[in-house]
Design a protein around this ligand. Structure first.
Ligand SMILES: Nc1ncnc2c1ncn2[C@@H]1O[C@H](COP(=O)(O)OP(=O)(O)OP(=O)(O)O)[C@@H](O)[C@H]1O
Ligand SMILES: [Mg+2]
Length: 290
């Protein structure tokens, strides 16, 4: 776990206080891919804002354009219509002051776990290196990867590889964190633990998080707001405000009436859209949108 002494060091080194990140404004964004079978519209005229320090999740069925969204926001691919602003800057090329956890881990196979995690520090030439190395070790310990610092990615399981990617995105303490289904490959228990660890990190770092998931209860547990998307082409069906779920979130959060109310509301939206069936004999819903 990240202790308070190191937390203070990080803060002193990065010079940040409360509510980090700049407002991200997505204005009328559409994305059309040119494919062999013709143009394919992935997302359609979506607009929303994320404020500094907010934790926002995007929930939507497979193929509705969630990854496309993150790629457009980070400037990794251009949009076809509309624009994205981060603070007062229009995103027109890859935006570097953010951490990105990709849906599929992209590790460098020839580098050890520790040197994969340290990659952003090298690329951004962050100093002092020792401080970031200490942080990398703490993150690896938190992710249950102590003892694997010198292993190569090919020696890890899929879930372990993804945890290395998460540590890499966090090591430079970025003000904006984009996470594309980061826990999809983890077993249920590890996933629950990672949810809590992510919340702890977020509450200390005060960064902005945009988190993609298929999992309704995970989104409700983690977020300040949830953006619910339609089938492709992805449009925003609804934005839910979860400020009635107090923080810090913990085991008791799941016992709050508001927790289940939000889950049911989202399920109803998906049932109305034909994305969830509503369950056999109305006994319940499937909580996975893939
Ligand atoms: N580079 C690409 N070229 C052409 N089509 C693409 C490309 N990337 C994505 N698509 C298409 O755009 C649509 C949205 O894809 P995207 O990966 O954004 O969905 P997603 O919501 O992230 O899905 P999942 O939940 O399965 O990860 C899909 O129909 C996909 O086939
Ligand atoms: Mg995706």
């Amino acid at each position: 776990m990240i202790n308070s002494k190191n937390d203070e060091m990080n803060r002193a080194a990065t010079g940040h206080s409360e509510k980090r990140g700049q407002t991200v404004s997505v204005e009328g964004v559409s994305k059309v891919y040119q494919t062999a079978g013709g143009p394919l519209k992935a997302i359609e005229r979506t607009s929303f804002k994320i404020e500094p320090g907010e934790f926002v999740s995007v929930l939507g069925p497979s193929g509705c354009g969630k990854t496309t969204f993150l790629m457009v926001i980070s400037g990794l691919i251009p949009c076809t219509e509309g624009y994205v602003m981060i603070g007062d800057r229009k995103v027109e090329k890859p935006y570097t002051d953010l951490g990105f956890v990709f849906q599929r881990d992209i590790l460098m196979e020839w580098r050890t776990v520790l040197s994969n995690v340290m990659l952003p520090v090298e690329i951004k030439k962050l100093k002092p290196v020792e401080k970031y190395q200490e942080r990398a070790h703490e993150l690896l310990e938190m992710a249950g990867l102590s003892g694997f610092e010198n292993s190569l990615p090919c020696e890890l399981s899929g879930g372990m590889r993804q945890r290395v990617s998460i540590c890499r995105a966090l090591v430079s303490d970025p003000p904006i964190l984009l996470m594309d289904e980061p826990f999809g490959a983890l077993d249920a228990l590890t996933r629950e633990q990672m949810n809590d660890d992510l919340l702890k990190i977020w509450s200390k770092s005060h960064s902005m998080v945009l988190f993609i998931t298929h999992n309704i209860s995970e989104a409700v547990y983690l977020s300040d707001k949830i953006i619910v998307m339609s089938k492709r082409p992805g449009r925003i069906l609804e934005t839910l405000d979860l400020s009635d779920l107090p923080r810090p979130r913990n085991m008791t959060t799941k016992e709050f009436p508001a927790f289940n109310r939000h889950i049911n509301k989202i399920r109803h939206i998906f049932v109305n859209q034909g994305i969830l069936s509503g369950g056999e004999e109305e006994t319940g819903y499937v909580d996975k949108l893939s």
